[in-house]
Design a protein around this ligand. Structure first.
Ligand code: DQA
Length: 164
């Protein structure tokens, strides 16, 4: 008689999620903490664990940061080849300037959540931060929660992928 628990384990789907950071996001916690917070990316896995509980083991997180536009596009193209299920992407200033990154997201067909540490919509001193080139190619955006924004994006991706 087959063990029903073993069968359940076999059918548990796992998701490879890429957490991608763009320019000036390599030293989080040190860069302008009054805007971007004092926590580093190393705190994200514990936050994901807290948000997803037992289901945290169903998401495999990979982290990548690059300052250059080309390197970010190369990493997204690689993610497509690898069959990555979802991307939590903080493109930094490229969010507001890069047609090339927007073009990449428009064709690779990986569900992507746009992430920002700060609440870009409230940064009225720099109106350009309220515009996102990538916005039309992402499934949603999380902004304003410091590094928690990444964990919330992973949670959103997990639930989105699970119910898709
Ligand atoms: C940012 C907001 C961008 O406007 C800025 O250029 C960044 C960080 C954020 O996470 O709040 O580098 O993406």
């Amino acid at each position: 008689m087959p063990n029903p628990l073993a069968r359940r384990e076999k059918t548990m789907q796992t998701y490879d999620i890429l957490i991608l950071n763009g320019p000036n996001l390599g030293s989080l916690g040190q860069r302008q903490p009054e805007i971007y917070g004092s926590l580093g990316m190393d705190t994200v896995p514990a936050m994901v664990q807290e948000l997803l509980g037992d289901n945290a083991s169903l998401v495999n997180l990979t982290f990548f940061q690059a300052n250059g536009e080309g390197a970010l596009i190369d990493r997204l193209e690689l993610a497509r080849k690898e069959g990555v299920a979802g991307v939590a992407f903080n493109a930094g200033a490229y969010t507001h300037t890069s047609l090339a990154i927007a073009d990449c997201l428009a064709w690779i067909e990986i569900p992507t959540v746009e992430v920002h540490l700060s609440n870009v919509l409230a940064r009225t001193e720099d109106p350009i931060r309220q515009h996102s080139y990538m916005g039309k190619s992402v499934i949603g955006m999380v902004a304003g929660f410091g590094v928690l924004s990444y964990a919330l994006a992973v949670q959103a991706l997990y639930l989105h992928l699970k119910t898709a």
